[in-house]
Design a protein around this ligand. Structure first.
Ligand SMILES: CC(=O)N[C@H]1[C@@H](OP(=O)(O)OP(=O)(O)OC[C@H]2O[C@@H](n3ccc(=O)[nH]c3=O)[C@H](O)[C@@H]2O)O[C@H](CO)[C@@H](O)[C@@H]1O[C@H](C)C(=O)N[C@@H](C)C(=O)N[C@@H](CCC(=O)O)C(=O)O
Ligand SMILES: Nc1ncnc2c1ncn2[C@@H]1O[C@H](COP(=O)(O)OP(=O)(O)OP(=O)(O)O)[C@@H](O)[C@H]1O
Length: 453
């Protein structure tokens, strides 16, 4: 075993070795290996131990843990993408295998595209059990664990749930101080779940592993579903908007969606699976699914409570390495998009106060904004709105005296807008509330009224 060296091209199998949870400490271990190489152990820590679980809840916790083990394996599997997948210590049914294949193939879509790999038909989870999934109701109490990511979206959900009077715990994974500050600013109960990746992954990355984006949102979702079972609560709420279901259209390749695991296909498949296989009364849903990015921005602009605390800039969220000097780096696609999406809905001085500068009056940012507009480029691989949303926001600003002379708005008005269909540049049609979502019926009518106001 000490002889084993990582060599992505020589690896034959990825193994789900075992998973376990210690109810006395609240620590779960997710164990993986390549061939007979060293174990890679990821740990998840749920505060509140010791957990005293009745036999039914304990069995549901084990099912949730296995689901988490299977989904979190994507970080390690991707390092070598071997042709065989083995599950050493438990069996899965065809329903489970289908969910995992959906998540691995689509969630690694950007990874595969950037590395020139084709994963279709290559990822097969071994089915070794007859499926008869009908999980029981656990009698979970009415309470929402709401995921917070430090950006505008989750804050919109948290405020909406507060207005609806839904009891909630603001929950995040990992050690981000920025997320903690936003969570504390809500004034609501908070829960910070620990996650430590297996250290070997970083060594393997240096030694030539395949690397790239993974479906992090469904992985965070699986962590929170596991925590919800342990804590006995009936809702796990995310804040994934409608726009996340649309990817970047690449010439010669088709659609590649960076944020596939924030999209509707993933939410529906994962949410239905959790009710069938983990607990019938555990509801996983996104509160913002009916809204476009622009509609979310419009909701966010209604309160300035978080202006000095939030950031959507992903450069804040690295596990290793550098973070930006200020909360908004100002040069990445997320900074560009959030600036543009908020601009039609808030006074200019407020927006400039949040970002500390005017990104739309800086000619150096032209290529970045062109990509958002899908002008001479494709939409960036990032969590940004659809091209038509960026074009509509820019068109709205071109009609506002306080914005129209800024370099990028002026360029849009004179160079890009004349090439576009004027009928497709209105903001209003993009603010329409959709009916495709998994929001519980008892919340939906009041929520719809809130979003419409
Ligand atoms: C912060 C970030 O954008 N990270 C992406 C970046 O990773 P990088 O190497 O620059 O640094 P670290 O994040 O510190 O990660 C170190 C390595 O660890 C591996 N890894 C990390 C987390 C994980 O869950 N699994 C992993 O395997 C990976 O090998 C890293 O190299 O580039 C990576 C490669 O493209 C991305 O995988 C990193 O993305 C993170 C997983 C991440 O958390 N990204 C979110 C900020 C993000 O993109 N969120 C989207 C959600 C989209 C979705 O659900 O698919 C969003 O903003 O909505
Ligand atoms: N570290 C984390 N822990 C728990 N949930 C997270 C974490 N990071 C992101 N999320 C959740 O994942 C989903 C997608 O994240 P995303 O970054 O789009 O949302 P956000 O941070 O609320 O807003 P923005 O789009 O402005 O960055 C959201 O529901 C968010 O709460």
């Amino acid at each position: 075993m000490s002889e084993w060296k990582f060599n992505r091209d020589a690896i034959g199998a990825f193994r789900f070795v075992r998973c376990g949870f210690d109810a006395d400490t609240g620590v779960a271990q997710l164990v993986y290996a390549f061939d007979d190489g060293p174990e890679m152990i990821e740990t998840i820590t749920v505060p509140g131990a010791p957990f005293a679980l009745d036999p039914e809840r304990s069995a549901a916790a084990e099912r949730a843990l296995r689901l988490l083990h299977l989904i979190a394996g994507v970080s390690y599997y991707k390092a070598a993408v071997p042709s065989e997948i083995r599950i050493d210590s438990y069996a899965i049914d065809a329903d489970t295998a289908a969910l995992l294949e959906l998540i691995y193939v689509n969630g690694l879509g950007e990874f595969a595209y950037r590395n020139g790999l084709n994963l279709h038909g290559k990822i097969q989870f071994p089915v070794a059990e007859q499926g008869n999934a009908t999980s029981p109701k656990l009698g979970l109490r009415e309470h929402a664990l709401v995921a917070i990511g430090g950006g505008k979206d989750s804050l919109v959900s948290i405020e909406a749930l507060r207005t609806l009077g839904v009891e909630q715990t603001v929950t995040w994974i990992g050690g981000s101080q920025l997320i903690r500050a936003c969570a504390e600013r809500t004034g609501l109960p908070t829960l910070n779940l620990g996650r430590a990746l297996a250290p070997q992954l970083f060594d393997y990355n240096r030694e030539g592993a395949w690397n790239g984006h993974i479906p992090v949102t469904v992985l965070n979702s699986a962590i929170m579903v596991f925590a919800a079972v342990l804590l006995g609560v009936d809702q796990v709420v995310f804040s994934n908007e409608r726009s996340a279901s649309y990817g970047s259209v690449i010439e010669g390749t088709g659609e590649v969606n960076h944020q596939w695991s924030k999209g509707w296909e993933c939410e529906r498949a994962f949410g239905e699976y959790v009710q069938r296989h983990v607990a019938a009364d555990l509801h996983y849903y996104s509160l913002l699914r009916p809204l476009s990015e622009l509609a979310v921005a419009r909701q966010f602009a209604k309160t300035d409570r978080y202006d000095a605390h939030f950031s959507s800039c992903n450069r804040n969220f690295h596990i290793l390495g550098e973070r930006p000097a200020s909360r908004w780096c100002g040069v990445c696609p997320k900074c560009h998009f959030v600036f543009l999406a908020l601009a039609p809905f808030m006074p200019k001085p407020r927006l400039m106060g949040i970002f500390g500068r005017n990104l739309l009056d800086d000619p150096a940012q032209i290529p970045g904004f062109d990509a958002l507009l899908e002008y001479q480029n494709h939409k960036p691989f990032e969590c940004v709105g659809e091209g038509r949303e960026s074009r509509a926001a820019m068109a709205a600003l071109a009609g506002r005296p306080e914005w129209r002379e800024d370099a990028l708005v002026d360029r849009f008005a004179h160079e890009i807008r004349p090439q576009l269909d004027a009928q497709e540049l209105g903001i209003e049609p993009l603010l329409v509330i959709d009916d495709e979502h998994r929001i519980p019926a008892k919340l939906w009518e009041r929520l719809r009224a809130q979003f419409a106001a």
